[in-house]
Design a protein around this ligand. Structure first.
Ligand SMILES: Cc1ncc(COP(=O)(O)O)c(C=O)c1O
Length: 394
């Protein structure tokens, strides 16, 4: 099965050239990004001597062997990619920064799920984007809400640069975008000339069944895909990647080189040997078993200890449950009480660019044992119950 994937992944690559009008979609600063003379030298000079190589500078685009292995990893989610289109990054967080640098001029609009990943929102803000959230439900982003948001922004004459999506086991909401909606959203974005940034660090962490195919598997020209080994191997290596449409590759490599010269060879080679020599898919399966047990402990405890009026998502994978309380409850103001009860959560407002989410919270079950999760949810349920009683909501 694995070999079949590998073989089907040995694809021929055709250069399609840049789409018409692409230059105008970049940020103004992107016109200053020019290729480096030294890059081609590294492509020629790369040698297969691991020890010394690990301590040296490497290719700005990332180690060639690791880029091949990354294509094999992405094949598990239906993506047929060529290693030449992969850029290794210092975690997927760096890819978010590079994409923002290339596309965002002050005031440009970035669309994002409501709620969305706090680290991405922070990056978009630093580049002075205006983030516009689009509503989600248990099946992920709602295509009709996306159409409405685009139409309204276009009427206001706003420039939409890309939509940022976390289709699998979303951070923070824990929901997964359904296969049908993926296709529909891709069609809308192609039609509207809006790039899709698909951030997928959790895709292989499905508990019940594999996640739907990646959006990038369906559209290689309009989807910028972000991957990471942080959630499947270890975040300390800081190894992620982006798989970009060919037309964007040059700009991204230049931006990457100018920020870090090259990703850490040491980390890349450690990950590469692990992928080559260790049963990493079995390891991910055992992580999934562990996280499933923790997710179950959290959902059961929420049922037992949280008061009526609270609702929460039921993730099929990943790390997070999103809890919604009655609108009168301010989860940020409640944090000190929770800490006093020896439990912590992230208040919902962190995951919105516009101050919404004040009656929501993100709970994470990936780290504590089931026993500690039960104790923590019991304590938090007590805090929420007291707050709701105080406000005469119970
Ligand atoms: C959705 C999402 N994207 C990106 C990241 C950053 O990951 P990395 O460690 O690869 O930089 C995270 C980390 O929590 C995340 O949840």
């Amino acid at each position: 099965m694995w070999e079949d994937w590998r073989m089907s992944n040995e694809i021929t690559r055709f250069h399609t050239g840049a789409p018409e009008g692409l230059e105008k979609r970049f940020a103004q600063r992107a016109s200053m990004m020019q290729p480096s003379e030294i890059r081609s030298l590294f492509a020629v000079a790369s040698r297969p001597e691991n020890g010394q190589e690990a301590l040296q500078y490497g290719s700005g685009q990332g180690h060639p062997k690791l880029r091949e292995q990354i294509c094999d990893v992405m094949a598990l989610e239906g993506i047929r990619a060529h290693p030449d289109d992969v850029i290794v990054t210092t975690g997927s967080q760096q890819a978010l920064d590079l994409i923002s640098r290339i596309f965002i001029d002050p005031g440009d609009v970035v669309l994002a799920e409501a709620p969305s990943y706090v680290g991405a929102l922070g990056t978009f803000h630093q580049y002075e984007a205006s983030v516009v959230h689009v509503e989600i439900d248990q099946d992920g982003l709602i295509p009709d809400r996306l159409r409405e948001a685009i139409a309204s922004l276009r009427t206001q004459g706003r420039r939409i640069k890309f939509i940022y999506l976390i289709p699998n086991y979303q951070n923070p909401a824990g929901v997964t975008l359904s296969a049908d909606r993926r296709t529909e959203i891709l069609a809308i974005c192609r039609e509207e000339k809006i790039f899709v940034v698909e951030d997928n660090p959790y895709g292989l962490l499905g508990f019940e069944k594999p996640s739907p195919n990646a959006m990038r598997a369906e559209d290689s020209e309009n989807v910028i895909y972000l991957g990471s080994f942080s959630k499947t191997i270890a975040p300390g290596f800081r190894v992620g990647w982006t798989l970009v449409p060919q037309a964007l590759k040059e700009k991204l490599v230049i931006a990457a080189e100018s920020s870090i010269l090259c990703p850490s060879n040491f980390s890349q080679l450690a990950i590469s040997s692990y992928l080559a020599d260790q049963p990493w898919r079995d390891q991910i399966a055992s992580f999934c078993n562990l996280y499933r047990e923790r997710r179950d402990a959290m959902l059961e405890s929420l049922e037992l200890y949280f008061p009526k009026g609270a609702t929460w998502t039921k993730p099929d994978g990943g790390f997070y449950v999103w809890v919604t309380l009655p609108p009168e409850i301010d989860t940020k103001a409640m944090v000190p009480d929770a800490i006093a009860a020896k439990v912590a959560y992230v208040p919902g407002t962190a995951f919105y660019a516009d101050g919404l989410g004040s009656w929501s919270m993100r709970l994470s079950y990936c780290y504590p044992t089931p026993e500690r999760i039960r104790d923590g949810i019991k304590a938090l349920g007590g805090v929420v119950t007291r707050e709701m009683t105080r406000r005469q909501l119970l």
